[in-house]
Design a protein around this ligand. Structure first.
Ligand code: F6P
Length: 355
């Protein structure tokens, strides 16, 4: 009998429960097993907070948003660092993994989660990862679950803003999530028919944004839609040193990129308003696409557990599920690049990007 520990870590997203259900239901079908749910991400493993789960615990959760296990962002930059809170986190996790008599640990999460999963693998634990995030920025997989639900929500926001922008001849800025990666903003921008798309990977200039708005006015279009990722930065900011940038941001703590840009555009004579949908993009039921993707990932993870192919994350590349080594997934972020198909499609469709 295999004893499987399961945890969700990092920011939540739609599809986590669907993936948990996929792993569990498929495992029950494929081999003799039992599940231990670890609460609040790695913190639960550090603190020995868990619950023995029954098959009935996985019923009725397919459509439910959030995570039935709770989640937490690990507050430690480096789990190996004992200095920051005096706790030897890695040793605690190994000890508790053994105390729980686990045969493997399934971790559902984003980049940070994968780094920690890889660290536990290096320590000799049997770990399987599943890639989730609304940011879609996990290296080694074409798509993560949670992303398309967020794109749907953000697109609906843009659609609603569109009609009021049109009625009032206004410039509307919609700030979407994505601190380091612009996938969500790029996809929702294209789906929602935005005019300007600003993402962290490509710094913007006020001049280029202004030119785009003026060009629309010349064509008789008196309203415009700008979508901006929360982590987008201006060209000037991108040229600052780390220290200068920190100081610059500290001087305007509550002003997000969209409010700064709105202030500048208002000064230039464009009546501008800002909408920030925030965590709505992460809440609620997963889309049909994500329910299917999360279930596929979960079922594949169960197959990996059955054949004891530990040390891998489930990923999807060119529409094919595969096992990718954790150390590879934990390498770096996956940024939007200019040769991306969706990026190029937007370019030809006349979207204005940064630089
Ligand atoms: O990683 C997902 C994400 O939603 C990012 O897009 C965003 O920057 C961040 O999480 C927000 O985190 P929190 O919910 O901890 O404020």
């Amino acid at each position: 009998k295999k004893r499987i520990g399961i945890l969700t870590s990092g920011g939540d997203c739609p599809g986590l429960n669907a993936a948990i259900r996929g792993v569990a239901k498929a495992s029950y079908e494929l081999f003799d097993c039992e599940f231990v749910g670890i609460y609040n991400g790695y913190q639960g493993l550090i603190d020995y907070k868990y619950k023995e789960l029954l098959a009935s615990d996985f019923s009725g959760i397919l459509t439910r948003g959030g995570t039935m296990l709770g989640t937490q962002r690990t507050p430690f930059k480096n789990m190996r660092n004992i200095e920051d809170d005096g706790v030897d986190k890695v040793s605690n996790m190994i000890k508790n993994y053994e105390k729980l008599k686990l045969d493997c640990l399934v971790t559902l999460g984003g980049n940070g989660t994968h780094k920690n999963a890889n660290l536990l693998r290096e320590e000799g634990l049997n770990v399987i990862g599943l890639p989730k995030t609304i940011d879609n920025d996990i290296y080694g997989t074409d798509v993560t679950f949670g992303f398309h639900s967020a794109v749907d929500i953000a697109t609906e926001v843009i659609d609603r803003i569109h009609t009021t922008a049109d009625s009032h001849d206004r410039v509307m800025i919609i700030e979407l999530m994505g601190n380091k990666a612009g996938w969500l903003t790029l996809y929702a921008g294209l789906a929602g028919g935005a005019d300007v798309v600003l993402i962290p990977e490509i710094p913007y200039t006020l001049e280029k944004v202004q030119e785009a708005l003026n060009n629309r006015r010349k064509k008789g279009k008196n309203f415009s839609i700008i979508v901006v990722a929360e982590g987008a930065i201006s060209k000037e900011e991108s040229e600052m040193t780390r220290k200068e940038f920190k100081k610059h941001r500290a001087s305007m703590p509550y002003q997000t990129v969209s409010y700064r840009l709105a202030a500048q555009l208002n000064q230039l004579g464009f009546e501008t308003r800002v909408t920030v949908p925030g965590h709505q993009q992460r809440g609620g039921a997963p889309s049909a696409y994500d329910r299917i993707l999360a279930t596929k990932f979960g079922v594949y993870a169960a197959q990996l557990i059955k054949s004891e192919r530990y040390g891998n994350t489930v990923s999807i590349v060119n529409n094919k599920l595969q096992a990718t080594p954790l150390e590879y997934m934990a390498l770096k972020l996956k940024p939007v690049t200019r040769d991306d198909e969706v990026y190029k499609t937007g370019e030809i469709m006349g979207l204005t990007y940064g630089e």
